[in-house]
Design a protein around this ligand. Sequence first.
Ligand code: HDD
Length: 688
Amino acid sequence: MAESFKYGGNKGSGGELHQKPEADNQVMTTAQGCPVSDDQNSLKAGERGPTLIEDHILREKLFHFDHERIPERVVHARGYGAHGHFESYGNVSEVTCADLFQKKGQKTPVFVRFSTVAGNKGSPDLARDVRGFAVKFYTNEGNWDLVGNNIPVFFIQDAIKFPDLIHSAKQEPDRGFPQAQTAHDNFWDFISLTPESMHMVMWAMSDRAIPRSLRFMEGFGVHTFKLVNAKGEEKFVKFHWKPKLGMQSVVWNEALKINGADPDFHRRDLWNAIEAGDYPEWELGVQIFDREFADKFAFDVLDATKLIPEEEVPVKLIGKMVLDRVVDNFFAETEQVAFCTQNIVPGIDFTEDPLLQGRNFSYLDTQLKRLGSPNFTHLPINAPKCPFRHLQQDGHMAMHNPKGRVNYEPNSWQQDQYNPRACPDTGFKSTAEPISGSKLRYRSETFADHYSQAAQFYRSQTEIEQIHIQDALTFELSKVETLAIRERMVSHLLNIDKKLAHTVAEKLGLQEMPAAAETAIKPNSKLNVSDALSMLKNPPNTFKGRKLGILATDDMDESIFNTLIQALEKEGAMYEVIAPTVNGVKTDQGTHIKGDQLVNGGPSVLYDAVAIVVSEKGAEKLADIPEAKDFLMDAFAHKKFIGYTQSAMPLFAETNLKGKIDNGCIELTSSNGKEFTKEVRALRFWQR
Ligand code: HDD
């Protein structure tokens, strides 16, 4: 332990608390490398005198601090990143020559950034919003960025509408609120005047927009892309990410409470899971189809507001992604990472999707604004991990500067070591898509059906999921102050599902039912139900990666606690102990059990299921604590499984739940930990 010391004999406070460096390599320096003698007191004329401008240490420190922020992303500002790798199954090399897919077991490093769309950088994680799912693959032939979302379709069909969509979703320009919410007039005004958004609206109002964890979401490349093989043959492709641990969402009331209890819920969850060695995994899937299928498919595959049901073109799994490393520095990696849809590699190509075409301009442009230099590719997080050679030079912060004379081509300097040349054999080649037609601003007639797939999505949901969509629409529209906008939205819902429209109208208390919105073409109400679109029809069959909240008190039954913990560990699940003091509790056997949360710091909304393992005296005490009652009542209201010991009855009695104990409440014994863990795999007791 180094002794405390006073800087330069100063008597000022602060200095005393600081410790001398223990080794030379701990000595603080300025950014120029000059050793610093006192980092606590600025240079003054006299003990109480004014500060001198000569103080280069003060000025450099403040200068740098003043410039710490870079512009936050206009959209997807709130995000969280992690490193990992992609491992190829080696089963698509016939269809694509993309290097990363060639060999079974081949590993490619990746960096992933998940995000919300509308909120600013400091907004809460559980906003009802689309989640960004952006993956940078550092392949041997350059970086491939698959910049997707957790929803397979988008709000608009043409990039020219993107600024309007985003303006409408973010805070209103006069009042500067609401933050991270679409529940306001401007958003629904735009949406209700943009019928092409209806399919995406159904997804955004579904539970997909309030995921339980970033680890439990699907991801989608959204657009149709192309895969190209070594012979130059092309196929169309849609990309999917399937979470190994299954999909899971919270309910809206939980989302609201989580945002208060832990605004960093999603990022903390990802960080903790990776740090605990519980590495999240996704499989990459592809829907591959040819031009013949595209021509006969009911919708235009270039229209990003449409998907291809998995029942029509099955998803083939072609590799798996594992996230196994948290960032060393949030700013350097998560903030400075620059995803660009135009980062593509040989073997993959774009299509003419007008949304994708616009994105291919926008992302590069935005990086210049955010990162301030065309050399943002020199930053370690953005630089390719394969060799790269080009003749671009100079600019702000140029860090890779080749040696030699060559900075143009053609040139005669064959002898120069650094002399990159384009290679017609191995270089990236755009597919030779035949193009003809007049130059015009036009929306293809093939993009005109805005309701059929919205209806198909709604019909494919379970009843519980449909109710959640109804409630979400009602909530959002209840925050819209202009009646005409609410009515206009209901007029669109009439084209999607009459019962849905009437339910929302009724819940909003609309006095008169509007007429259905005019449609460009008659919607097809007969599209087959697609079970793959429902989360609840595809539940996880494990409690692995989930978290049990154990409300505990002194003198709880140690054998019950131990049986429970052992079963959870076997399942690969996590748990936290919530106790009257954060130090923890003492069991009936006198063993000390460490606490993770205080009763008022660990509400049940933070957990996937709960257990009340208490002594009778402890339960009586908890019955007087409002947060302890909320813990139980919320868990019950959110249809969570509740494990309990008989001794917990005083708490049940105080919350009026004693008479309501159902099959979702499971009495814990010293031998049924395994059965309880099996039961909670269903995640919610929806029958309640
Ligand atoms: Fe975008 C960021 C996903 C349409 C313009 N977008 C951004 C991010 C994701 C997406 C995940 C965050 C990347 C990160 O973590 O850094 N965007 C999508 C998807 C879209 C989409 C799935 C439709 C299929 N985006 C879209 C359009 C435009 C943009 C049509 C503009 C014409 N998006 C941007 C942007 C951002 C961005 C302004 C903000 C920060 C950034 O790019 O790096 O350029």
